[in-house]
Design a protein around this ligand. Structure first.
Ligand code: BG6
Length: 517
């Protein structure tokens, strides 16, 4: 985690989550409290939850980090970043929120840190009525995950899982491991102290409203599911494109990670799960997570030759985005000058199951692409016969359903309509759903939903260990192939373009190439 303190996204349209069940009183302990994630995402999410009446009044927030801050300094820093969040009543609401905030300093490997933290939490139980319930959030660099969990265990800060009340739960940020072996090792460390039911592995994509809407669209309507299979679907494209390069001093972290580990192993795999899974029998955490993991288990086991045919990696060189010159990856701060880390990945895969056999799923993600846009496009097959003339349409009149994850959150369905006054000419038209217009609000931030769920003890939107391991199993085959001496290096692409040309070759012989968003 970087130590810089960012600003908070202003979004006056942002929606409060509807008031649901209010969680138990609890203390939220943020390890990595001076870092970027805490300031940009976690505390703003807690603030917004409190503002919408979704936090119990007996809820304290304790920051833990190396710096020798007092409560007042911690509050001062948070006030600076939160005051920019566009809340017109900030001045009025802040003093009340600030009383929830406390700071406890110390290094993560020092047992004294946890003795002090325990004393502080005991005091807060009395002063703030937090009743011994503890939510620990590890917003720290991954090398600290095992240490913190071990120290929490040693200090008696986690309770036996059988105990319903008070409870202790731990949220672990991504990345969960660097590959399958390290993920298993981390899991051994974690489960030597905690029960699986106390572990919440976060993938913030699952908390996005539009991502949750994938299941609502598929299983809350009767019309999509009958055609959601190999008979009617020709291909699926999942894109998460970013304009940003190595912003916020992330070069050092990213250079050891790369697009496959940073985005594909988690966010793209989860999108794939939601779009391809079977209907769960109900919406309980296990029912949903069982179906998600089956998708990952249906991914192929690739040899290096398969990887060479189905995966393209790229790395950006200097270019321009929206008329602004941007440096190449090698010139970013924290990046090794001869780095072979990929900043772009495109994957063509299939799923070995009855529903999807033979249907290509195209996944791509990259930094320094022309725009920030995430979407899932379901390309349906062409009508079986051609009665009409289709207007210069590459997809030959086939329907396309696009689920826009961000921005312009919503969905659109393209279909053919007769051009007025023509005899048999068709033209593509669209039915469009936009969150902003339909609900007159922007969707709530992912971290709000996710924090609320962990306080309520609902792990549905968190990743279970079997899913983490299956996703690594697939990605490890790619990493192993790339590590071979004869593997070609990442293909260069100009910043501001849609990635390396080699990726175009993944989609040939079908109606459409990669979508230009
Ligand atoms: C993070 C990645 O998990 O997700 C970042 O580490 C990436 O590299 C970010 O920029 C994208 O998240 P979002 O919500 O902005 O799409």
């Amino acid at each position: 985690m970087t130590e810089s303190i960012g600003t908070v996204d202003a979004n006056p349209l942002r929606q409060n989550l509807p008031r649901a069940r209010v969680p138990d009183p609890c203390a939220v302990v943020l390890f990595g409290a001076t870092g970027d994630l805490t300031h940009r995402k976690l505390v703003p999410a807690l603030y917004h939850l409190a503002r919408g009446g979704n936090l119990p009044s007996e809820c304290a927030i304790v920051g833990v980090a190396r710096r020798d801050w007092t409560d007042e300094q911690f509050r001062g820093e948070l006030e600076k970043s939160l005051s920019q969040n566009g809340d017109p009543d900030f001045a009025e609401f802040w003093p009340q929120f600030a009383t929830r905030l406390a700071f406890s300093s110390g290094t993560f490997d020092d047992p004294q840190t946890y003795i002090r933290l325990k004393e502080r939490l005991d005091q807060l139980d009395v002063s703030h009525g937090t009743r011994g319930n503890r939510l620990y959030y590890l917003a720290v660099a991954p090398e600290f995950f095992s240490t913190i969990i071990e120290q929490l265990g040693n200090a008696g800060l986690v309770y036996p899982s059988r105990q319903e009340s008070p409870w202790s739960r731990v949220v672990i940020e991504k990345p969960f491991g660097h590959d399958l072996a390290s993920a298993r090792e981390l899991n051994r460390d974690v489960t030597s102290v905690l029960d699986e039911s106390q572990v919440y592995r976060i993938d913030h994509y699952l908390g996005k409203e539009t991502v949750q809407n994938i299941l609502a669209l598929r299983f809350g309507n009767a019309i999509f599911e009958p055609i959601w299979n190999r008979r009617y679907v020709e291909s699926v494209q999942i894109t998460v494109s970013e304009e940003l390069g190595m912003a916020g001093g992330r070069g050092g972290y990213y250079d050891n990670s790369g697009a496959l580990r940073d985005m594909v192993q988690n966010h793209l795999m989860q999108l794939l799960c939601l779009v391809a899974m079977e209907a769960p029998v109900n919406l309980s955490a296990d029912a949903v997570r069982n179906e998600r993991v089956k998708v990952l288990e249906a991914l192929p086991h690739w040899t290096p030759e398969d990887v060479a045919k189905n995966v393209v990696r790229g790395q950006y060189v200097a270019g321009s985005i929206e008329g602004k010159e941007v440096p190449g990856y090698h010139d970013e701060k924290g990046v090794k000058p001869d780095s072979k880390t990929e900043t772009y990945v495109a994957v063509r895969t299939t799923l070995n199951n009855w529903r999807w056999a033979g249907v290509p799923f195209y996944l791509r993600t990259g930094k320094r692409l022309p725009k920030r846009a995430s979407e899932i496009a379901i390309q349906f097959r062409q009508p079986p016969t051609t009665l009409f003339e289709v207007d210069s349409d590459e997809a030959g009149g086939a329907n396309l359903l696009v689920l826009r994850i961000q921005p312009n959150e919503g969905a659109s369905l393209a279909f053919q309509a007769k051009v007025p006054a023509s005899r048999r000419r068709l033209q593509e038209v669209r039915m469009d759903f936009r969150y902003g217009t339909a609900f007159a609000v922007a969707p709530p931030e992912a971290y709000e939903r996710l924090l609320l769920d962990v306080m309520l003890g609902d792990p549905t939107l968190y990743t279970r260990t079997d899913a983490v391991e299956s996703a690594w199993r697939f990605c490890d085959a790619i990493l192993d192939a790339w590590a071979r001496p004869d593997a070609p290096p990442p293909a260069p692409y100009v910043a501001g373009s849609w990635g390396p040309e080699a990726a175009d070759a993944l989609i040939t012989g079908e109606h459409s190439g990669w979508r230009r968003l």
